[in-house]
Structures are given as C-alpha cells and as structure tokens.
Design a protein around this ligand. Structure first.
Ligand SMILES: [Zn+2]
Length: 273
C-alpha cells in the first residue's frame, strides 16, 4: 500500500513533466467506483503544480480546479510515451508535457483508490479529513501528546495509521517508527513517556525521510508499488523489523509478528518495551 514516501516519489516523478496539458480523456466504466466527485471535465486543462498532504496527492489545474487523489491499496499514476495498455488503467490522459507527448494514467488493480475532480470547496473538504502531515514542522511532540491524551487507552500502532489524526503513516512505516523509538506496538498511549514521545517524533522524521530518499518501498520485483516511470522503490534494505526474521537494530532478536487491528505487525521483543 502506498504510504507517504511512495506518494511523494510519485509527486516528484510527475514534476519532471509539468506543465501537463490534457488533450484527451479516456476512461473505463470502472472508474465510476473510484471517481467520487466530478465537477468539470479535465479536457483542455493544464496540470501546473502538485501538492501532497499525507498520502493524498493534489493536482492543481488553475482557477481553483483540482484533482484530489488517494491511492488506496494499490493505486498509482504512471507516465508513458506509448499508450498504457494495462488492464487496470482506469483513466488515461493524453497530454502534452514539458518533455513532449505523454500519457498520464491512473492504474488501480484493487480499486480502493478515491478521486475527486472539483473546485476549492471540494479540495478543502477532502483535505480537512487529513490530519497533520508528519513531514511538516507542525508535526511535533505536542501533536503526539495531545493525541495520546485524547485516546489514553488506545494501542499506539493502530492509532498511528489513522489518517485523520496523523497523515502519511501506513503499516510498514508504523512498524519501523515504533522499532526505532523502541516502543512496543501494543502499548497503550497513556503509558508512553515524555522521553519516548520525543523519540517517536525523531523516529518518524528519520524513517519517513530515509524512505523518501530511497524512493519508497517495493516488496517484490514483479508486483507492488512503482514510481511514475515503473521503477521500484529501494527502501527494503533500510527496514529493521518489518517483514524481517531478525531485528536489524540488535542483530540477534527474532522479530515477532502479531496481528493488530487486522494488520500484520512486526516488532522486536528484545528492543521494544
Ligand atoms: Zn532488536
């Protein structure tokens, strides 16, 4: 599932092609289950800039018009010189870019992604559902402490995944962040100390920035997340507990896998208390 670093990598990849003038729009009937708002046609409009909040990508088309895109489980934006003939390509935009004619496609095999094509009100409404982006300066110890105070009995790991509280963290990031700040994923918020909270902010910034640096995470060579040109992310070697057998922090602790709020959760019982 694309998390903040993967969405940021897609955003950066698309920047190379801006401005992108949309000359023609092709769509499948299945797009209807992804496209939740459609206030105007994209034909003739130009994507002039791109913004990201958490895992949400925002395309600016001028005059307050935007496309707000959530990738869901497996959605992605792809750029190609040839027409993109992938089966799950639900929206194909024929564009003139800064690098010549290209096709910009939204490919989503699972169709859990969501898209809104709308004016400022729609953008505002959608972004209001998203909490503090963990790459911004607004994300600090106080933000975490306030959340912990509000939900003292909740377990920390499922809470980190809730986008309306903190934006950008998904399953692998949450496991890695908790490993680096040595907090067990099952801990109740009220038990997390001031020192641990401070470390959690540090660990979040560290893991997220390192993953962005490596263009995000791709698990397998054949499937999973790709950037706009089809390249895999290379953060896999940076993982210390997620899908690991041995903890890479202590070097010898066997990593334990549990299921927490339906998500596979990895931690080192030796390092994380
Ligand atoms: Zn360990």
């Amino acid at each position: 599932m694309p998390e903040l670093p993967e969405v940021e990598t897609v955003r950066k990849g698309l920047l190379d092609f801006l401005p992108l003038k949309i000359n023609k729009v092709e769509r499948t009937p299945e797009l209807a289950s992804i496209l939740k708002t459609e206030e105007f046609s994209l034909k003739g409009l130009t994507i002039s800039s791109l913004e990201r909040k958490g895992k949400v990508l925002i395309f600016h088309l001028g005059n307050g018009k935007t496309v707000v895109s959530r990738f869901g489980m497996a959605g992605s934006w792809e750029v190609s010189e040839e027409k993109n003939k992938k089966k799950h390509n639900h929206l194909q935009l024929h564009c003139t870019s800064s690098q010549g004619a290209v096709f910009l496609s939204y490919v989503d095999a699972r169709r859990f992604g969501k898209m809104h094509i709308g004016y400022q009100e729609v953008t505002k409404r959608e972004l209001a559902k998203v909490g503090v982006d963990v790459t911004t300066e607004e994300f600090n110890e106080k933000v975490l402490r306030d959340i912990f105070k509000k939900y003292p009995d909740r377990q920390i790991k499922p809470l980190l995944l809730e986008q309306e509280k903190l934006a950008g963290i998904g399953n692998y990031l949450a496991c890695e962040i908790l490993a680096h700040c040595k907090v067990r994923p099952t801990r109740r918020c009220k038990t997390i100390t001031k020192e641990e909270t401070k470390k959690m902010v540090w660990a979040t910034k560290k893991v997220v920035s390192e993953s962005i640096e490596k263009n995000g995470l791709t698990f397998t060579k054949t499937t999973g997340y790709r950037d706009v040109l089809g390249n895999a992310g290379e953060f896999f070697d940076g993982l210390v507990v997620f899908r690991q057998k041995l903890c890479k922090m202590c070097g010898d602790g066997p990593v334990k896998k549990i299921v927490l709020a339906t998500r596979g959760t990895f931690y080192c019982p030796q390092c994380q208390k």
